[in-house]
Design a protein around this ligand. Structure first.
Ligand code: ADP
Ligand code: MG
Length: 255
């Protein structure tokens, strides 16, 4: 099964009447990694929550393969920055629970969980509780847990934002290799331009609350480390700089 297509159509999201997102249109292609970026407070987490079905739109639509999203679904998983593991459950039990929630039959769950734990490099830590792991290791468990039910789309909210540079680089590589082995649509939120350029097929730059997308950029030869992205990097940084009016930005190259 391939990744899911996600569509935001004229989407309005607000808290207590104040719109955070006002008329957002965005198509996430099946199987791509779409990076959603923008400065703190611009609504990235809010959009992600709507995609996951955790937040009801005030107007407009969130569509998953053309069907309106009204609630959460095992097909659309969410990976958070930290502290989203159940603290009283071991690594293995956290992953097994994800498989259970994904509807996997009981007999196969243990072996499947062990395979996922191996895939994220945590063999030997199956019986550890989250609090005895480092932040990087907890994010490995989260990655395993998020992907274990074979969701057709995964929403990731700054999953590596709290990690040190070295661990973060390791996790980015791990995400790419895991995503290649288990293809799915990924919407990845980060405010880090270099992370966006490294991971994304495309980069969507959100505007301030109530404003349209600042830019939607195609990454040439995505995830190929030999390709220079310095001009695209400059373009992304300009789009992130809200002192530039949108009209002065180069036209977006993606539709
Ligand atoms: P980002 O993830 O881009 O940093 P958020 O989506 O978390 O931004 O928040 C967007 C805006 O909505 C911010 O102004 C924030 O203060 C506001 N906001 C977020 N969550 C809530 C909430 N639960 N109640 C009220 N306002 C909120
Ligand atoms: Mg956020």
């Amino acid at each position: 099964m391939t990744g899911m297509q996600l569509t935001l159509r004229d989407l309005v999201l607000s808290y207590g009447g104040a719109p955070v997102v006002d008329g957002l249109d965005l198509d996430v292609r099946p199987g791509e990694i779409l990076v959603l970026t923008g400065p703190s407070g611009c609504g990235k987490s809010t959009v992600l929550r709507a995609l996951a079905g955790l937040l009801t739109p005030d107007a407009g639509d969130v569509l998953a393969d053309g069907a309106r999203v009204t609630t959460t679904s095992r097909d659309r998983a969410m990976v958070f920055q930290d502290n989203a593991l159940l603290p009283w459950r071991t690594v293995q039990s956290n992953v097994e629970l994800a498989l259970k929630l994904a509807g996997r039959p009981r007999q196969g769950r243990r072996d499947e969980a062990l395979k996922w734990i191996a895939d994220v490099g945590l063999t030997g830590f199956e019986k550890y509780l989250p609090r005895s792991l480092s932040g990087g290791m907890r994010q490995r468990v989260q990655l395993a847990r998020g992907l274990a039910g074979s969701p057709r789309a995964v929403m990731m909210d700054e999953p590596f934002g709290a990690l040190d540079t070295q661990t973060r680089a390791t996790m980015q590589r791990l995400l790419i290799s895991t995503w290649r082995a288990h293809p799915t649509t990924v919407v990845f939120v980060t405010h880090d331009v270099d992370e966006a350029l490294l991971l994304g097929d495309r980069i969507a730059v959100l505007g301030r609350a109530g404003q349209p997308l600042r830019a939607l950029l195609d990454v040439p030869s995505p995830r190929d480390p030999s390709v220079s992205r310095s001009s695209l990097r400059a373009e992304a940084i300009a789009a992130l700089d809200f002192s530039f009016p949108v009209a002065s930005l180069t036209p977006t190259r993606s539709s």
